[in-house]
Design a protein around this ligand. Structure first.
Ligand code: PLP
Length: 385
């Protein structure tokens, strides 16, 4: 099965690099390869590419270009934001987050617990939703940072980020949003959402892996994780210019998609998938289906009937690529912390599949999944008994 005939439904793990981004990468690697800090014409050309890519990305999220720091991706951006708040409010050692954050946030915060920080993880309900009252009560005078997702990578559940950020800002608390699964998929406008920091990652919307950005609101001081002179002193090291330029192109393409009927089409395909599988498989549930969700993510709970890994393996052999919970936890067989936090038991969590669609997904591909999955589940059930 080749990449062109396979059905790729793991876009929350990573996306295919868009052709226009790949072309930009090659151009930057082979023609415009100067260092943006060099004082000759090739350096100048590289610098204008950097400026142009920054402007394109800023446009996508309603920021001004100087509010963006290019990073190596979502994980670094998140760590950069948290570290910055540690320096901004050194005396306030309580950090409030949620139980369903990505491990990029949770692992970093867990490490801080050993260094005198109190980390409070607010629980979610069965739908993966947060209670604004609970958040409000958790934000005390000792709280320096409130950090939460915009869209959950496993379920697609959206948090009401604008309301959450307002509650925290009214208390004078710094706010970071992990928008890695939101940017490029739904309108993200930092002029409307009062976050101080926002993390994004290129490989989730058509740019290559290893490039991302941190939005830092004007007037907020970001402490460099890697001190140096680039990125206005906020991130040292020669810029990953090919990646950054590709990210700029991906931002432009995402903006065009968001202004088209593509998000509605992805939403319709998600409904087609969920309705088709429910009709065929009766007893399944869609985790988080009562909550608002980002278009394109389906967390399919097979009710503990069969291990997800067995089903995924059979799907893979038919050229259909999906994942179990998050890609990061898929390597091991530990149940997803997100699904457990939503009240699923271990068996249900271990029998959950995640399908994540993109603008490249077609109705025919979805129909193939609806046609083959029920048989695969029945087969796996027989084999696992
Ligand atoms: N946050 C979320 C919600 C994610 O889904 C991911 C990647 O899966 C990350 C952070 C980490 O991003 P990156 O892979 O660019 O480090």
């Amino acid at each position: 099965m080749t990449a062109s005939t396979s059905i790729y439904l793991d876009n929350n793990a990573t996306t295919r690099v868009a052709k226009q981004c790949a072309d930009a990468l090659v151009r930057m690697l082979t023609a415009c390869y100067g260092n943006p800090s060099s004082k000759h014409s090739l350096g100048d050309a590289a610098k204008s590419e950097l400026i142009s890519a920054r402007a394109k990305l800023a446009m996508l999220i309603g920021a001004t270009p100087s509010e963006l720091v290019f990073t190596s991706g979502g994980t670094e951006s998140i760590h950069h934001a948290i570290t910055s708040v540690m320096a901004l409010a050194p005396e306030r050692r309580r950090i409030v987050t949620t139980t369903v954050e990505h491990s990029a946030t949770l692992k970093f915060l867990e490490a801080l617990e050993g260094h005198g920080y109190e980390v409070v993880k607010i629980p979610v309900d069965r739908n993966g939703e947060l209670s604004l009252d609970t958040v409000d009560r958790s934000l005390t005078d000792e709280t320096g940072l409130f950090s939460c997702l915009w869209a959950n990578n496993e379920t697609g559940v959206l948090f009401p980020i604008e309301a959450l950020a307002r509650i925290a800002k009214e208390r004078g608390i710094w706010v970071h949003c992990d928008a890695v699964q939101a940017v490029g998929k739904l309108p993200v406008d930092v002029s409307l959402v009062p976050v101080d920091f926002l993390s994004l990652s290129g490989h989730k919307f058509g740019a290559p892996k290893g490039v991302g950005a941190l939005f830092v609101r004007k007037g907020v001081k970001a402490t460099a994780l890697h001190p140096g002179s680039q990125e206005r002193g906020r991130r040292g090291g020669t810029e990953n210019l090919p990646g950054i330029v590709a990210l700029g192109v991906a931002a432009e393409l995402a903006q065009q998609r968001l202004q088209s009927d593509i998000p509605a089409r992805i939403q319709a395909l998600t409904h087609q998938l969920e309705a088709g599988l429910k009709a065929e498989l009766g007893s399944i549930r869609i985790n988080g289906d009562k909550a608002p969700r980002v278009p394109g993510t389906t967390s399919l709970n097979l009710g503990g009937m069969v291990p997800a890994e067995m089903v995924l393996d059979k799907l893979d052999r038919k050229g259909i690529h999906a994942s179990a919970g998050s890609a990061c936890s898929a390597a091991g067989s530990a149940p997803s912390h997100v699904l457990i936090a939503m009240g699923l038991d271990e068996n249900e969590a271990l029998s959950t599949l995640r399908f994540s669609l993109s603008h490249e997904t077609t109705a025919d591909q979805i129909q193939i999944v609806i046609d083959v999955l029920p048989e695969i589940v029945r087969e796996a059930m027989n084999e696992s008994q």
